[in-house]
Unconditional design. Sequence first.
Length: 401
Amino acid sequence: MQKTSFETIQFHKTKEGVVFTFLDIFKSLITFSELDKLGVWEVVDKQLAYSFPEKQLDRILDKHMEQLTNKLTGNKVKYIHENSGIPLIGNVAFGIAYRDSSIIEIKPVTSCNLDCVYCSISEGLSSKKNDFVVQREYLVKELFKIIEQFNQSVEVHVGVQGEPFLYGDMDGLLEDLQAHPLIHTISIDTNATLLTESRLDKLESITKLQLNVSLDAMDEQVAKKVAGIKHYNLKHLLNVIKYGAAKVKMIVAPVLTRGYNENEIEKIIQWVKTLEHKPILGIQNYLPYKTGRRAAKPYSWDEFYSMIDTWEKRYNIKLKLSAEDFNIKKMPPLPKPFKKGDIIGVKLVCEDRFPGSSIAIAKNRTISVPGLKYIPKKTVKLEIIRDKHNIFTGKVVKRKK
Ligand code: SF4
């Protein structure tokens, strides 16, 4: 019998069938009969040993790759790889967002293990949105093409709609980014709940890394309330920060949210000041977003900065981070193959983040089409209604009667 040797796929035999797990958090169930009708098989060391031709197994795996769901939420998942025909520029949720600055954002996955009250994209365990996961090699190749085209030193920001460390190929991604001479910083926004001491030991070799960690309270009950889950483990998070700040550059970034944690911020400042290896503190003001959760009435900027000023003086600490702290430079724009107002012909390729919406493609870009039900391979005419930073939205042009 031959045996698979996938790095990103694992198999587990259960009562119901063989669970096919892709990149740790995505799965599909292969029924026993699907495999039995092909021949003899067994699961050995989380791989599949089988007696039938490889092509037949590939057909089953291809089918199940199209049926993946997220283990955390049950939501549908789209895998975007080099042969998927889906470009990585154009969508706000996955791929590459280049905003004419020296911080280039990459989004290898969507999905989150928390459910924060202030989440600006309504992500997390209660999310009903579709998820995306991008092949690491494809993402890196396309990113490096952009970086090398401009030949300037950049920061790569792993700023996903969700928790980046849920990406099953994160170690390889970080190694690839670390090795590129034009990348000076790799920053990651993380809730840090999935980090451990041994993971942080490994991350120490990624010397360009900067972790931007959420810590919203020192009181366990408040922290659980803000994170939106009962099993949130504040003690673990505090240990990750304490241990991790000695290993990697770290910014602790509490989100000040009225009615939740205004009494917690000073406790966080006091705790950070006790640490031997102190992370930078960057307090953020909760802001409501159109597609985000409404946690509270936001503080006005005057109120926010007045509190920050008071805390800076009281604790003799710098809390205001400015553009200079992040070394952001302007960069030339990427060419836009179409602009707002253009009418273009496109092909639909998959459902977008919100069920009942579609992603279309044209000229090596994706275009989000809200409210258009996905029909495979359908072609339509769109009017481009958003083109900022090569992130495109379109609406269907109705045919004249
Ligand atoms: S950790 Fe981030 S992505 Fe996840 S729910 Fe909280 S704010 Fe949203």
